[in-house]
Design a protein around this ligand. Structure first.
Ligand code: MG
Length: 254
């Protein structure tokens, strides 16, 4: 696991800023009647215009039935993670999670937001808010001298406290020259356990909660992860550098 020095963390800022800007733009343009592919094309244009590089397009781990076909993960309603940008057309009130990572000047940043398209509902807004609160709690625990379990426990406490389903099979990860590096950042854990956190560690922290139970299912495409009970899911993620002055959110949005 590679620690970054302060100069390297500074070099990661453009990637973080770019990823944040794309997510903000997607939230601005997303509306009922657009397809997930339309959103993907919007992000792809921004990548091309910036001279950035997609780390999703063509990514083909063993579990995927096909190489990843887009530059975004677009997960709608009961889809939680890794939803493929398909021809599905967004409808008013859809709960849309967009996960986006890109490489800029040789460094990667990774971030995700969940929002409703058009009309909102209290049920979905409560779930989204809890996911964002868990992300904030996890980030607050990302300090030198702490333990990885402090981050995991902080996330889990918010989700369990709100009565939401959590599955720790998928979680956060180290980020650097590539998207997925050590260590794993679980969304459930015990305080005071696990890896000692040090300045220079850069991690993606990414709680995802399910409105119902803890179980998920995977579509035949090998990618899309859905709640097993059909309940809503939400996901929030930032790339965070642990510094001697505390957590630095590289993907902070304006
Ligand atoms: Mg991500």
């Amino acid at each position: 696991m590679a620690l970054k020095n302060p100069a390297q963390i500074d070099q990661m800022r453009p990637a973080g800023k770019f990823v944040a800007g794309v997510l903000s733009s997607l939230r601005d343009v997303a509306r009922a009647g657009m397809s997930l592919k339309d959103l993907d094309a919007h992000a792809h244009r921004m990548i091309d215009d910036a001279g950035a590089h997609s780390v999703y397009l063509g990514y083909h781990p063993s579990f995927g039935a096909i190489p990843y076909p887009g530059v975004l993960c677009t997960s709608v309603n009961d889809a939680a993670l890794h939803g493929l940008p398909s021809d599905r057309v967004l409808e008013d009130g859809d709960v849309l999670s967009v996960d986006f990572a890109a490489q800029v000047q040789g460094w990667v940043a990774d971030s995700a937001i969940t929002f409703q398209v058009g009309s909102t509902t209290p049920e979905a807004q409560k779930l989204i808010a809890a996911t964002e609160q868990a992300l904030a709690a996890g980030i607050a625990a990302a300090v030198p001298g702490g333990r990885m379990g402090d981050i995991s426990a902080a996330i889990g406490a918010v989700g369990r406290g709100a009565g939401y389903g959590i599955n720790a099979d998928f979680g956060g990860h180290g980020v650097g020259r590539t998207m997925h590096e050590d260590p794993h950042v679980a969304n459930l854990g015990k305080p005071g356990t696990g890896l000692k956190l040090k300045a220079g560690l850069v991690i993606a922290i990414e709680p995802w909660f399910m409105a119902g139970g803890d179980e998920y299912v995977i579509d035949d495409d090998g990618w899309t992860i859905r709640t097993a009970d059909g309940s809503l899911a939400a996901h929030a993620e930032h790339t965070v550098a642990i510094t001697k002055d505390g957590p630095l959110i590289l993907t902070a949005r304006d």
